[in-house]
Design a binder for this molecule. Sequence first.
Ligand code: PLP
Length: 424
Amino acid sequence: MSSAARDVDLEAVRREFPILEAKVYLNSCSLGALSRRAEARLGEFLALWHGMGASAWYEHWLARIEELRGKVASFWNADASETALLPSTSAALSVVSESVPAGSRNRIVCTELDFPTLPYQWRVKPGVEVVMLPSHDGVGVEPQQFADAVDARTLFVATSHVFFATGFVQDVAALAGIAHDAGAYCLIDGYQALGQIPVDVPASGVDFYTAGPLKWLCGGPGLAYLYVRRDLIEALRPRITSWFAAENQFAFDAGHFTYRRDARRFELGTPALAAVHTALGGQEILDEVGIEAVAARNRAHRTAHRWRPGCRLQPASGARAGAFRHRDDPPRRPRWRRSTSRRRGDHRRSPAGACAGQPTLLQYRGGRGPPGGGAGRAGTVSGPGGRKVRKLVTNAAQRTDGSGTGSGSRARVRRIATRTPRTR
Ligand SMILES: Cc1ncc(COP(=O)(O)O)c(C=O)c1O
């Protein structure tokens, strides 16, 4: 049965997340809400640690790691053998960047809307040219821009599935095609996609895809997931490694190293077990609800809450009329993207004002960007916990005098706002 057809009581699912009783949670793009299920899984881990100590490794915990790997693999429609667990997205990106033979290729094609940890991987490597594609509208980047930049010098097209600051969804299959036509690899940072939209990684044709439980999978910090295309795995030899990547891990043979034949050859050491447990709790809920249902709910909220009084962005002084339209609405922007509103006006009136009278937790990036620019950051709610599913972007650099341009995404300051907004 398709997950869209499942009969899931979403209100019951919401009750699994205590914070939703108290707050409108608009911050899954930073940290997904904690569920009772994840908390219980963590409790099991702690109880075993108390009761069994290290012997729990062999009787329980190694199996939990494999359970999580299997769940993640099915969630992105790959095989467990194509799925590695790493400590963070940054670690996953860095092991990928240290796995491919560069040959004569030294060009990496990214965009200015990617989360900075992605281009940083190559900014620190001598002799590498990082091409940063601009966003002409501050929201997305056209596939044609990639096609124009990728050539025989290109080693990686390395970019995001969903841009962290704008919610724009890229056509990753098209990007994989562009990369492969030029003999380059395609590496996708899917942190803001997995758990928010359906993802079938093998079908997209990308070579590498990273994500993690922290955000939309409601599984907490301490882990990341890496997909490596099956026919690449055995051809690649990561230049940073660990005993988890060794074929016979428990032989403790320091004199020889042989890579594992599956994606575990990209792993970097003992996974954070507490995170494995909380991630299992979050993943279990996502699996029960089904990503199609999550995506459908997001779509419904994008429509239903667009103009709902008391639960939408209130125009600040100087805001343009219509500034709260979803920018994927024709005729302004015909393409589909995540629920995202870009707000013009005074950033001091934060989107917390969106839900007048309700304690709201969100995140935005203050106006400390480059002069005249700097995109806002999204506050989002979605997944099983999402009621007001929309991504709210404050363009902090756009001051009430209208002098900001709003392009770029170099916000430097992160502030978490938890407040009961004033009614205006
Ligand atoms: C798209 C994206 N990639 C990467 C990261 C950072 O990942 P990590 O801290 O696991 O390296 C974030 C964090 O917000 C993100 O939004």
